[in-house]
Design a binder for this molecule. Structure first.
Ligand code: MBD
Ligand code: FE
Length: 353
C-alpha cells in the first residue's frame, strides 16, 4: 500500500505532466500491477495498492511515474490476512497452478504439433497474429469462442446430465431481461416481421413433478436475424423477456418465428469462416435459460424445423432433441409448438482434488 502526496511547485505548468501520469497509471492498472487507486478526499493525494514481487520492483514502478520527482510516498507492506473470506488456501493455489500448467501445456503442445504437421509458414504465423489483433479490436472474441469452441465445452460438461438437453449460451444473452406478466408475450415492435407463434409446455423435475414458478429467460433474433442490444434495427429489449410457469408447471408465451442468423461477414470471424469456405449461418432458434429453485439451470435453444442450416449450423449447436415443429393453431394465422423441459436436480459441488 502506498500513500502518495503530490507536491507540485505552485508556479508550475503541469498539464502535460499530468496527462502522461494518467496514461502511465492506466497502463499499470491494465497490466494488473496497480490494483487499487483511491483519491484522498480534499487533497492532491492518493492511496494505492500495488501487486509487486519485491521492494525493488515497487521502487522501479514508482520511479517510472512521470510525477515521481514531486511525489512524497509512504509505503506499507501488506500481507494476506488468514481471516479474509474467498481467499484460496495454499493447497487450492497449488491445485490451480497444476491445472493451469496442465491445460496451457496441453493446448500449446497441440498447436505446436499442428504447426509442424502442416508446415505453417512465417507468413501464415504473421497473418494469424494480425487476425488475433483484429478479433480483439472488433470485440469478436465472445462470438468466435461461442461459435467455434463452446459446443464442445457444453457437450462435455452437460451431455450426459439428467433431464432435457442443453446447448450453447452464445454471445447475445443479456441479464435482467424484463420480467413479463401473463398473458406472456415477448416485447416486439408494432410492425414486427415474422410468423406469430405461441410456445407452450411444462417444466418438471426428473421424476415428472411440475415445477411451479420456474423461470424461462427467453431471447431470440428478429425475422431478419438481428438481436436487440447488439445490432442496429430492433429497439432495446426487443424479443427478450422472462416468463414464469403456473402452479401446474405449465408455461405459455407468444412471439414470432426468428430468422436464421449469419455471423457478421465483414468481421474477422466471418473472414476466417469464408477463408475456410464454411457456411456462416445458424438455423432459426429461440434461446432459453430455464431455472427453478433446487435445480440445475438449463441453458438451451429450440430450433425451428423448417429453417435452413439445421444440418450445418456454424456453431455446431443443433441437437435432434431440440428441434420443434410449429403448426397452425387454427387461431387466425397463428402457429404454435410445445416443448417440455425437465430440469436435473442441483449437482452438489465436488471438492477439487
Ligand atoms: C448466435 O445467435 C448464437 O446463438 C450463437 C451461439 C453464436 C452466434 C450467434
Ligand atoms: Fe442465437
Amino acid at each position: 500500500m502506498v500513500q502518495m502526496e503530490v507536491r507540485l511547485p505552485p508556479e508550475m505548468e503541469a498539464d502535460d505532466l499530468k496527462a502522461r501520469e494518467r496514461a502511465r497509471s492506466q497502463e499499470l492498472q491494465r497490466d494488473g500491477s496497480w490494483v487499487h487507486l483511491w483519491r484522498v478526499a480534499g487533497r492532491y493525494a492518493n492511496v494505492s495498492v500495488f501487486d509487486v514481487g519485491s521492494p525493488d520492483e515497487l521502487h522501479e514502478l514508482l520511479s517510472s511515474l512521470p510525477l515521481f520527482p514531486y511525489i512524497d510516498a509512504h509505503v506499507t507492506a501488506l500481507a494476506r490476512h488468514p481471516s479474509k473470506l474467498d481467499q484460496p488456501t495454499e493447497e487450492e493455489r497449488r491445485l490451480m497452478s497444476e491445472r493451469a500448467n496442465q491445460l496451457i501445456s496441453d493446448i500449446l503442445r497441440r498447436v505446436h504439433e499442428a504447426i509442424v504437421e502442416n508446415e505453417v509458414t512465417y507468413e501464415e504465423y504473421q497473418a494469424v497474429k494480425q487476425w488475433f489483433i483484429d478479433v480483439g479490436e472488433a470485440g469478436e472474441w465472445p462470438l468466435f469462442g461461442d461459435v467455434y469452441i463452446e459446443h464442445v465445452v457444453e457437450k462435455n460438461a452437460f451431455g450426459d446430465r439428467a433431464g432435457s438437453q442443453g446447448t450453447i449460451l452464445g454471445p447475445f444473452h443479456l441479464p435482467d431481461a424484463p420480467v413479463l406478466e401473463a398473458p406472456y408475450e415477448l416485447p416486439r415492435r408494432p410492425d414486427e416481421q415474422g410468423d406469430r407463434t405461441v410456445v407452450t409446455g411444462r417444466v418438471t423435475d426428473t421424476d415428472g413433478n411440475p415445477l411451479a414458478g420456474a423461470n424461462l429467460d427467453v431471447w431470440q433474433a428478429d425475422a431478419s436475424g438481428a438481436y436487440s442490444g447488439f445490432m442496429p434495427g430492433p429497439p432495446e429489449g426487443n424479443l427478450r423477456g422472462q416468463v414464469r410457469t403456473r402452479d401446474d408447471g405449465r408455461y405459455e408465451f407468444r412471439t414470432v418465428i426468428p430468422g436464421p442468423y449469419t455471423i457478421p461477414l465483414d468481421g474477422p470471424t466471418g473472414r476466417l469462416t469464408a477463408a475456410a469456405d464454411w457456411s456462416p449461418w445458424r438455423p432459426s432458434h429461440i434461446h432459453l435459460i430455464v431455472s427453478a429453485e433446487g435445480h440445475e439451470p438449463l441453458v438451451t435453444q429450440l430450433f425451428i424445423d423448417t429453417s435452413d442450416y439445421l444440418h450445418d449450423d456454424v456453431a455446431s449447436a443443433v441437437k435432434d432433441e431440440l428441434i420443434v415443429h410449429p403448426e397452425p393453431t387454427g387461431k387466425g394465422d397463428e402457429l404454435g409448438f410445445s416443448y417440455d423441459f425437465v430440469l436435473a436436480p442441483i449437482h452438489a459441488p465436488v471438492p477439487v482434488g
